[in-house]
Design a protein around this ligand. Structure first.
Ligand code: AMP
Length: 113
């Protein structure tokens, strides 16, 4: 069964897409946790970071570069931003399709709750 992100990638569900490459797509989180909250998602359905293999090294690198570019486009280049990848139940993962959260527009706390 397709995840919600696969349905967005396949254009079966609407999303506010802010950028896209051959191997990834970036769209606004439907429940933003910050004034700017974008998800960068590989088009290949890798379940989570821990499920990635060395075969995915290239796309993993692209996701981080895309996240930085999205942050710049969101106007966060100077103020800063946070990148989050939730992995598994204790990590707070709710959608089993790897995604990089790009959060910004407010100061972030450390350590995270
Ligand atoms: P995570 O908890 O790390 O798995 O993050 C999943 C994220 O996906 C959450 O922040 C959700 O708000 C977001 N989300 C779920 N469904 C959608 C959707 N249809 N469009 C955009 N974001 C979504």
């Amino acid at each position: 069964m397709k995840t919600v992100f696969e349905k967005i990638i396949d254009r079966e569900l609407p999303a506010d897409v802010v950028a896209e490459g051959d191997r990834w797509i970036a769209f606004r989180d439907i429940h933003p946790a910050a004034p700017a909250h974008v998800l960068v998602v590989p088009k290949k359905p890798i379940a989570r970071l821990a499920a990635a293999t060395s075969a995915e090294q290239g796309v993993l690198g692209e996701l981080l570069l895309a996240a930085a570019e999205v942050a710049r486009r969101e106007g966060l280049g100077e103020s800063g931003f946070r990148i989050v990848i939730n992995n598994g139940p204790d990590g707070g993962e709710t959608v089993p399709h790897l995604h990089v959260h790009v959060l910004g527009g407010r100061a972030m706390n450390w350590p995270p709750g």
